[in-house]
Design a protein around this ligand. Structure first.
Ligand code: WT7
Length: 670
């Protein structure tokens, strides 16, 4: 959007300041209005006033045992817990002595009342098929598939890789794992064979659950083929691959290893007891990017995670029995775990799942779905909202969106302009927006408004959730002043915090608990305004946020240098109007290699092959040398400025060869 149109559509009261909200150049204005929860909404909400929020938040920090002990009673425990929290930094144990089962909490306990025949999952495939699974039906499918896992000798604690399209079977496979105490690790369908291989080896998984393919924007994603490639010629721990038939395309079936999902079901019945798990037993591993080339297997455990998932679905989404709730995230990301599957199902809500792209077959697919299923609560990402804005309001006008009552966003700071558009155009000016800040590591919402209680301001995730003690501090750990930027830390353990990095205790300690002793360091920069509202600036480590997906610059760099022509590479983000950040690669080639536009394209393709389409670079720039300090450290700050087309600011005195800068600024793809 141009500056001109933005200013024109800006509400009168909005200050047309040049200040960049959310720390990105996406936003062209700052919206100074405060949006109070509508009286109508507040009246019915579980938390309906600021006073109530403040009292509960204060109690949750002061008396966590009492607060969480009470909340945890809303879960179904097969054995009650003895102690709420056992904390020895960096290791937290929540609800010790307690035993519970996640699938029993998400399914069985809803079979005793009218929820039994209520829709648990509503699904729509990209080509248009529709399915509804009631709680009773979902329970049956989960039990059957849990028996398939058992048939293949999957036991408590074993790791199971799930690489599936967005179909109910993805959720069924996850819940089936939890039923028998196996640890799932879902891999997003946009990751490549090589990424699958890395995750298989790191997790030591013995089984992969996949599908022949999945639909995305009218094309077929070759999931099974990627799995085959991942396992090719390599000694992996994988003994079994279960294949769900989704697209019907031809796939290779490896005798003795691969089995069809539908055939397996013929051998099992629908009875499967839920295994009572220790509250602290591992529930899932989810790989995410960090500041090295190797993704981290974020480990979550059972009781605390489920409690937080249920509690936030209850207080933040305020989910009710008559809601139709839709989270658009893929099940391969943590949002899909917590807010498509575990949170809503634990609460007994109806969760909608859509397989494909928002612009297939046309740009109004999402609005069509909202109208058709009368969606009431809608949760999506700022990058999607900006795409909708670009496609224009006419797509929305064709549909009745009046069923919506609450909107949510997650993934990156939302620019006020997108917030206002979401509020006015999608929410019809009547729906509160919850801008939820959290991370794969936090398991669930950490900073977010409660929709019936907390007045919102476009662009801020507002205030901490219950039990969350936020600090914004300088390098020495001292709280910074109002409106000053600092590092975001969490000062107390919370129930759904990560329990570690799979197989790497040292990295867990170093990444999260070493910067400030005793506090969790999130990797984000933030500031607090005079009202105590928290504005997230974005990552301050070497992690990019591309269209709400996390990507480590080091991962892309190691993919680049694995190409025979590349000598050295440095990858930085640059502001991108749609995606938040784009990926820019600075590459120096080996002696004798000729740079060309073709080579740039080939390197982009290479990164796609190595990591997956999620990591596709926006630009590859060749340079004779990279700017380095005298000690040999690449000066990313300079590269970021060059990538953004800005003039070089700040200190360059430590730079080894100043001429490099001029060359880089002039560099291009050939
Ligand atoms: C990073 C975490 C949480 C699920 C999706 C992403 C950024 C996330 C917000 C928000 C500003 C946000 C942060 C965070 N982020 N939500 N509401 N406002 N920034 O999970 O891949 O683990 O990424 O996403 O930078 O650290 P993730």
């Amino acid at each position: 959007m141009s500056k001109k149109t933005a200013a024109k559509s800006a509400p009168k009261k909005a200050a047309k300041s040049a200040a960049k909200a959310g720390g990105s150049s996406k936003s062209l204005l700052v919206e100074n209005r405060v949006f109070k929860p509508a009286a109508e909404f507040a009246k019915k909400a579980r938390i309906s006033s600021m006073a109530q929020y403040k009292a509960m938040h204060a109690e949750s920090l002061k008396h966590p045992d009492k607060f969480f002990g009470r909340e945890a009673k809303e879960l179904l425990w097969s054995k009650p817990f003895k102690k709420v929290l056992d904390w020895k930094c960096p290791n937290a144990k929540w609800f010790t002595g307690g035993k519970l089962n996640v699938s029993e909490n998400c399914l069985d306990r809803h079979l005793h009342d009218s929820r039994k025949t209520k829709a648990a999952l509503i699904w729509e495939g990209e080509p248009g098929e529709k399915r509804v699974l009631t709680y009773q039906q979902l329970h049956r499918e989960v039990c059957r598939f849990a028996n398939v896992l058992k048939r293949h000798k999957v036991k408590k604690g074993d790791r199971v890789i799930i690489y599936m399209p967005m179909i109910p079977e993805a959720a069924i496979a996850m819940l089936a794992c939890t039923r028998i105490g196996a640890v799932h690790s879902v891999i997003f369908g946009g990751f490549s064979a090589e990424s699958i291989k890395d995750r298989v080896l790191d997790s030591g998984a013995s089984i992969i659950i996949t599908a022949d393919g999945g639909y995305r924007r009218g094309a077929v994603v070759p999931l099974k083929k990627n799995v085959d490639d991942a396992l090719k010629g390599k000694d992996t721990p994988v003994k079994t691959v279960v294949v769900f038939r989704r697209t019907g395309q031809d796939v290779h079936i490896e005798e003795g290893r691969d089995v069809w999902w539908h055939r397996e079901l013929e051998y099992v019945d629908a009875h499967c007891a839920a295994v009572a798990m220790d509250s602290e037993s591992p529930l899932f591993i989810l790989y995410t990017s960090g500041s090295t080339g190797k993704p981290k297997g974020i480990l979550h455990s059972t009781g605390g995670y489920l409690l937080h998932a249920q509690m936030t679905s209850k207080y933040v989404f305020d989910l009710r029995d008559d809601d139709v709730y839709w989270c658009t995230a893929d099940v391969g990301w943590v949002t899909g775990h917590t807010y498509m599957v575990y949170g809503p199902l634990a609460l007994g809500a109806t969760s909608l799942m859509y397989e494909g792209a928002p612009n297939w077959p046309e740009n109004d697919r999402f609005w069509r779905i909202i109208e058709e299923y009368a969606v009431t609560v809608f949760y999506t990402a700022p990058t999607a909202i900006r795409a909708f804005m670009k496609w224009g309001d006419n797509w929305l006008k064709k549909h009745d969106l009046s069923s919506l009552r609450l909107l949510g966003t997650v993934g990156e700071p939302i620019n006020p302009e997108a917030w206002m558009w979401y509020h006015n155009k999608v929410g019809g000016g009547r729906c509160p927006i919850v801008d939820t800040w959290w991370q794969t590591e936090t398991g669930g919402h950490m900073i977010t408004p409660l929709p019936g209680a907390v007045p919102t301001k476009p662009g801020t995730a507002t205030l901490p959730f219950f039990g969350v003690d936020v600090g914004i501090v300088d390098d020495l750990g001292k709280e910074v002043g109002a409106n000053e930027q600092g590092k975001l830390v969490i000062k107390k353990p919370w129930p759904s915090m990560l329990r570690g990095i799979w197989g790497d205790k040292k990295r867990y300690q170093e990444t999260y608990w070493s910067e400030f002793k005793g506090w969790y360091f999130a990797g984000d920069g933030a500031r607090r305004d005079k009202d105590g509202y928290i504005w997230i600036i974005g990552r301050i480590d070497d992690v990019l946020n591309v269209a709400g997906h996390r990507l480590g610059t080091a991962e892309v760099e190691s993919a680049l240098v694995s190409h025979p022509t590349v000598a050295e590479a440095a990858v930085v983000g640059r502001p991108d109007e749609m995606k938040g950040q784009g990926v820019v690669c600075f590459v120096t080639v080996k002696e004798g290699v000729k740079t060309s536009h073709e080579l740039a394209s080939e390197l982009k393709k290479h990164v796609r092959n190595v990591i997956g389409p999620v990591a596709t670079p926006d630009e590859v720039r060749f340079a004779a040398a990279l700017p380095k300090t005298r000690s040999g450290k690449i000066m990313r700050r300079l590269l970021k400025q060059i990538a953004a087309g800005e003039l070089i600011k700040g200190d360059t005195t430590t730079l080894e060869d100043i001429n490099v800068i001029a060359q880089l600024a002039a560099s291009g793809e050939d």
